[in-house]
Ligand binder design. Structure first.
Ligand code: CO
Length: 145
């Protein structure tokens, strides 16, 4: 067991048409969204499906000049990032920094669902954009939306 990673929090998938993608997941897997959110500072609109203790996160860009908008333009639809759940984002950032792993966020910041997050550069993890996710402090276990 890793002392830093506690779970896979979510898989973030970039899509052009959020409503159409949501409907595909609903029809294919019989899943219903447990959360929707527009995160202005990340330029995304997201829909979350819960699967076990993790989420599938469908992500649409709020505009072409956002990170997800540029990703869609450059690479098309597909897996955009992986969210790893951690107990303490700040502590994991310190540990990664000490290992010389390039960070996108030097400090933790607010994410969706009231979580605290930080992004780590894909150069550090074989081309995979990694998001560290720390649950809201008051959530206990399984009480999230
Ligand atoms: Co994410």
């Amino acid at each position: 067991m890793s002392e830093l990673l506690t779970d896979v929090d979510h898989v973030g998938i970039a899509v052009r048409d959020l409503a159409a993608a949501e409907e595909e997941y609903r029809r294919a897997f019989g899943v219903e969204p447990v959360h929707r959110e527009r995160v202005e500072d990340q330029g995304v609109e997201e829909v979350l499906f819960k699967v076990g203790s993790s989420y599938i996160q469908l992500l649409a860009a709020t505009g072409p000049d956002t990170p997800v908008g540029k990703f869609l333009e450059r690479r098309g639809e597909g897996i955009h990032h992986i969210g790893y759940r951690v107990e303490d984002v700040a502590a994991v950032l310190r540990s990664l920094r000490a290992e010389g792993i390039p960070l996108i966020d030097e400090l933790p910041r607010p994410g969706s669902r009231g979580a605290t997050v930080a992004f780590v550069h894909p150069k550090g993890f074989r081309g995979v954009l990694v998001e560290l996710v720390q649950e809201p402090a008051d959530d206990g276990r399984g009480a999230r939306p």
